[in-house]
Design a protein around this ligand. Structure first.
Ligand code: MV4
Length: 453
């Protein structure tokens, strides 16, 4: 048990964690950089402590300072949010060794899922369908690599075991490119992740990104909370997420959800987690597992009514999940637009001071944001400044509510991508639903072409 939680993050997610802590009667500690002393959650927290200058490498990423802050303030638990140290197995090991509680899975589970080869092997063992591939590391000898690739078939993709989220991958279209691509990906992986191990998968040409949210407690209970379709992305940055996934049969989702729950129990997973799948030709293929709460968790909260962050806190305290699977059903449809401080056409980051901030309201609208007039947007951290989540009885109603909300939303002082969201919400492909992971980039390249002519 614990009664004081250190929030090892900043921005909208730090505020989200603060709210969940207070709703459970927990004390909070904020850690902040010199640039963040005026953040909402820092002001609201029961105590706060500065951990260094603005660059994350000198503050939010310094494991020893966060541990020291916990010791100095008497916090017995640490919530990492997303990004920063949230999936760092070394950090979690240090927390465990200091007899503090990490609000998330064990360091062993994080290490297993952080290595994409061991993650896939664990899923294969648990019966979760994976993209056909090398089923382990790519072998050493040239002849074995060629043979492995012939079995997988072309086009194939080489991925770094230490990568994930789109980092350290290379598509190979023909055998003539194979050996060079393996060597290059190994070198890049070693430089980027200190791990030269790569694996191979059949390359899926036009999949959708559909992920399953799970929650598991320390008493052998695990549940799945439906799915999210996160296919609307650019350069591996998700822009719009929604639940349920349009046009995917409930039977097939149900089957995959139950397999994810089985896998959680098989690996002794505790906390919130997400199984990422590629979905193509009505089939699901596991690619990665995220062992943290995700940016897009509110769409699941809106359709299930479950407070995912509060459940994370409960299970970390050793309490059972407050809901059982038979109480979970998806009600209506939810869509999230990620509002970034960036130019809506060039995507270049935008900085400045918020001179006006008017969040939208009305039925089914939820805002997650740390903005306020006077907030200084800098280039030190992520460009995410607000999430607008719209819920409706149907997908169409959610889209209409989102359009109204975005038309009300005022963020003045720097550029935002609100106009891009407004454009996307009107495109026939988005309106129809079920666009694949390439839809947005195709749309944007055509938009550029049209502007030039
Ligand atoms: C793939 C793939 C096609 N085939 N794997 C990119 C992020 C990382 N999580 C996995 N990624 C991909 N893996 C196979 N076998 C295509 C992608 C991919 C992608 C996946 C999800 C969301 C956006 C993406 C954008 C480009 C490529």
């Amino acid at each position: 048990m614990f009664d004081k939680v250190l929030i090892a993050n900043r921005g909208e997610v730090a505020l989200r964690i603060w709210r969940a802590c207070k709703s459970l009667g927990l004390q909070t500690v904020a850690v902040y950089s010199e640039a963040d002393r005026d953040l909402r959650h820092v002001k609201l927290a029961d105590s706060s402590i500065c951990i260094g200058p603005a660059p994350a490498s000198k503050s939010y990423l310094l494991q020893e300072r966060i541990l020291l802050a916990a010791q100095l303030t008497g916090a017995q638990a640490i919530h990492p949010g997303y990004g920063f140290l949230s999936e760092n197995a070394h950090f979690v090991k240090a927390i465990e060794e200091a007899d503090l509680t990490f609000i998330g899975p064990s360091s062993a589970a994080i290490a297993c899922m952080g290595d994409k080869v061991s993650a896939k092997q664990a899923m294969i063992a648990a019966g979760v369908p994976c993209v056909p591939g090398s089923e382990g590391a790519v072998p050493e000898s040239e002849s074995e690599i060629l043979e492995c690739a012939r079995k997988v078939g072309y086009p194939l993709i080489i991925k770094a075991a230490g990568g994930g989220g789109g980092r350290g991958m290379r598509v190979v279209n023909a055998e003539s490119e194979l050996l060079g691509a393996v060597t290059l990906t190994r070198e890049e992986a070693n430089a980027a992740f200190g791990n030269p191990v790569v694996y191979m998968e059949r390359f899926l040409q036009a999949p959708r990104h559909v992920e399953i949210q799970i929650l598991a407690d320390q008493h052998g209970n695990a549940i799945w909370l439906g799915e999210r379709d996160c296919s609307t992305q650019r350069r591996h940055q998700k822009l719009i997420e929604e639940s349920p996934a349009p046009g995917v049969s409930r039977d097939s989702i149900e089957r995959i959800g139950q397999l994810c729950v089985k896998a959680c129990l098989a690996i002794g997973y505790v906390g919130a987690g997400t199984f990422e799948f590629l979905y193509e030709n009505e089939a699901f293929f596991f690619i990665e597992m995220n062992t943290r709460v995700q940016v897009e968790h509110p769409v699941t909260e809106m359709v299930t009514g479950v407070d995912i962050v509060a459940e994370q806190l409960r299970v970390a305290m050793g309490l059972p999940l407050s809901i059982t699977q038979d109480k979970i059903s998806l009600s209506g449809h939810a869509i999230e637009c990620r509002i970034n401080a960036e130019n809506a056409w060039t995507f270049s980051p935008s900085a400045g001071t918020v001179s006006d901030w008017l969040p939208p309201g009305g039925p089914g609208i939820r805002i997650e944001s740390h903005l306020r007039p006077g907030y200084r947007m800098t280039s030190h951290y992520d460009s995410l400044i607000a999430k607008v989540i719209a819920h409706g009885a149907t997908r169409q109603q959610a889209i209409e509510r989102m359009k109204v909300a975005l038309s009300e939303l005022i963020i003045a002082g720097f550029d935002s991508n609100i106009p891009l969201h407004q454009e996307i919400l009107k495109t026939p492909q988005f309106v129809q639903g079920g666009a694949n992971i390439h839809y947005l980039e195709h749309y944007l390249s055509e938009r550029e072409g049209n502007q030039m002519s």
